[in-house]
Design a protein. Structure first.
Length: 185
């Protein structure tokens, strides 16, 4: 049975999701209440993302969520919002009983391109070449698709052939135990 893996690339303004069936989409920030951001806008965003992800986890009976981990060294107001969003998404996975794998952005780039310092454009080009002309509307969706790919490979269902240099990134991730689901009757 094909595992249900979700890739999640969280961002302060919008987040990319790679669905278990391979499609991608973005969770966009809700409309602000006024011209200047306020605490209620942030809370609306956090609530919106958590509710959206919790719904997807339940709908798809996800076996594994692969999430891009926090980038060390970011010092901006967006870093706080991202940490809050990341916390509620991790909590949604926990509540749904979905194991989580956290992937460092450098390891994600190595997996996709072989270069830990690759640019967003390089990630998209790699996806285009490896997945028969795959294109994404946003960088967040592309990253989420690569995260899903890592999870699929970990669970024995690789989506593409990759050189050993790329596959070295798999060993850098603390992979959780994932229970095998029984095939439906």
């Amino acid at each position: 049975m094909t595992p249900q893996v979700m890739g999640i690339d969280l961002a302060a303004a919008c987040s990319g999701i790679a669905m278990p069936r391979g499609t991608t989409h973005v969770i966009r920030e809700p409309k602000a209440r006024g011209k200047k951001r306020c605490l209620l806008d942030d809370l609306d965003r956090i609530d919106h993302v958590e509710e959206h992800v919790a719904g997807l986890l339940a709908h798809y009976a996800v076996d594994l969520a692969v999430i891009e981990d926090y980038a060390a060294g970011i010092k901006s107001a967006a870093a706080h919002r991202l940490a809050e969003i990341g916390g509620v998404v991790r909590l949604a996975c926990h509540r749904a009983g979905v194991p989580i794998a956290l992937v460092n952005v450098m390891h994600l780039k190595i997996y996709a391109t072989g270069n830990g310092h690759a640019e967003k454009r390089d990630m998209a080009i790699a996806a285009y070449k490896r997945w028969n002309s795959a294109e994404f509307a946003t960088d967040d969706e592309c990253d989420a698709a690569w995260l899903r790919s890592m999870g699929m490979r970990r669970l024995g269902h690789p989506l593409e052939d990759l050189p050993q240099t790329h596959l070295a990134a798999m060993g850098k991730v603390a992979w959780p135990e994932v229970a095998e689901r029984e095939a439906p009757c």
